[in-house]
Design a binder for this molecule. Structure first.
Ligand code: ACO
Length: 433
């Protein structure tokens, strides 16, 4: 719980001093509480991109961007990736503590028994072109769930919120896998309750009704780890989108659809697909200097995809886990030589030695290595961001639940610095030159 510790003093242009409370969290920078600033000074704060604004109190995820530390409910991401599994991490993010064995079993049961989609939803898929991007399809299908679960959903009721949370986490693999199945013209595969979360997703992606399909446990474990690493990341663009939509009291399914839309952009979750496209384009280590030069050229819009982060000014700890995983997974899959991984590692080495990247503290982020692993696992490129969305659904639901329960929660409604014309009279069309 944060407390008022001190006051920050602000002197207005007129020379009036205003004391603003300073709030202290459990760890991390203190924040200046500016809620009364307008009432007391007639001024707003200006912060495009919210680079210096804490939009809420949250007890879910903590990032120390300078040190490259990421904690879910106080636990290091590296430790969770190594010792836990995705549904256990989901429980932790949602409820604040690691589950007991009984709580874990109940949670796994609840998720497993919500994985089917309403049969009618199949027809929604059939309205799309086969080449539609899975993220576009997922935005539509998840948004459509708000039509399927409308009458019985009161967001103020904790039980209703719990059911919506179970549904969303359980159905997301089915929704994502079906987007892929539709794109390749194969029959939709129904979820299998005897499989764990990651294995079930792999099954729905790759199995067909014609023959038995055995999920490779190595792939399932690697994918589960990718799910853990992407599960939450505090108030990023898509999570803030979910909170903003949810703050109006809208359906959580509509809020998650908006979150998926926000995640899709190449500056956010879309970067994992963009990284692999970029590595393909580079094609050989000899061309790396050319691309580094382009990334540094301010007249060239090209950016090194998978590099840089708003919060991390150090190595993204998720990228470190994935770099290690990439070697492990490729080894287990019997891949001796992966040209993309070699280009990626060389690109990283050269960039980290370069003054431009050093000065700006640009390091590989989570998207830099994830695509390479997913591709080696046989997962189609267009599904990379869909897998990110599937994983992040846990964080989105945890943050949405936290927001609804927050007594200080208000509808999200930023102000602006208006730079348009002042009031002026309307000129009729015939009098305009
Ligand atoms: N390649 C080259 N230069 C870069 C890169 C990059 N990938 N990222 C940042 N820079 C430069 C900027 O041009 C800017 O330089 P300047 O100070 O000379 O103008 C400086 O570093 C600071 O960058 P900003 O864009 O101001 O930083 P911001 O916090 O707004 O952006 C972002 C962060 C969007 C992630 C950015 O680093 C980027 O576009 N990276 C590539 C896309 C990517 O990998 N996105 C995934 C992010 S992780 C995630 O969402 C899961």
């Amino acid at each position: 719980m944060s407390e008022r510790q001190a006051a920050a003093r602000l002197v207005t242009p007129e020379g009036r001093e205003i004391a603003l409370p300073v709030l202290e969290g459990s760890v991390g920078p203190r924040v200046v509480d500016v809620r009364r600033l307008y009432a007391e000074s007639g001024m707003f704060t200006y912060d495009p991109g919210y680079t210096a604004t804490a939009s809420c109190r949250s007890a879910i995820t903590y990032i120390d961007g300078e040190q490259g530390i990421l904690l879910y409910r106080g636990y290091r991401i590296e430790e969770l990736a190594q010792k836990s599994d995705f549904l256990e991490v989901a429980y932790l993010l949602l409820f604040g503590e690691l589950p007991t064995r009984a709580q874990y079993q109940q949670f796994v049961h609840d998720i497993t028994y919500h994985t089917m989609l309403h049969e009618q939803i199949q027809f929604l898929y059939r309205g799309f072109r086969r080449d539609a991007h899975p993220m576009a399809v997922m935005i539509a299908v998840v948004g459509a769930l708000s039509a399927f679960y409308y009458e019985d959903l009161d967001v103020e009721d904790p039980r209703h919120r719990l059911i919506a949370t179970d549904r969303m986490i359980a159905k997301m693999p089915t929704i994502a896998a079906w987007a892929y199945k539709y794109s390749v013209g194969q029959p939709f595969m129904y979820p299998r309750n005897d499989l764990d979360y990651a294995s079930n997703f792999i099954h729905m992606l790759f199995a067909t009704p014609c023959e038995p399909y055995k999920v490779d446990p190595v792939l399932a474990r690697a994918l589960d780890r990718i799910f853990i690493l992407h599960a939450d990341h505090e108030q990023n663009a898509s999570t803030s989108t979910v909170r903003l939509v949810g703050s109006t009291g809208a359906s959580p399914y509509a809020a998650i659809a908006a979150g998926i839309a926000s995640l899709w952009g190449p500056a956010h979750g879309g970067a994992n697909e963009a990284v692999v496209n970029m590595l393909d384009e580079i094609g050989s280590p000899s061309r790396i200097p050319e691309y580094i030069a382009r990334a540094k050229d301010k007249n060239d819009p090209f950016r090194l995809m998978g590099f840089g982060h708003r919060v991390y000014k150090n190595y993204d700890p998720r990228a470190a886990v994935l770099k290690e995983s990439a070697d492990e997974v490729l080894d287990l899959l019997g891949v001796k030589h992966n040209p993309k991984l070699e280009i990626a590692k060389e690109l990283e080495r050269i960039a980290l030695e370069d003054e431009y990247f050093q000065e700006r503290k640009l390091f590989p982020n989570v998207d830099f290595y994830s695509g390479i692993i997913l591709e080696a696992m046989g997962i189609p490129r267009k599904m990379f961001t869909a897998i990110f969305a599937l994983s992040r659904t846990v964080g989105w639901m945890a943050q949405w639940n936290e927001m609804i329960q927050d007594p200080e929660q208000k509808i999200g409604r930023p102000r602006q610095l208006y730079v348009g014309p002042g009031e002026r009279p309307f000129v009729p069309l015939e009098e305009r030159g």
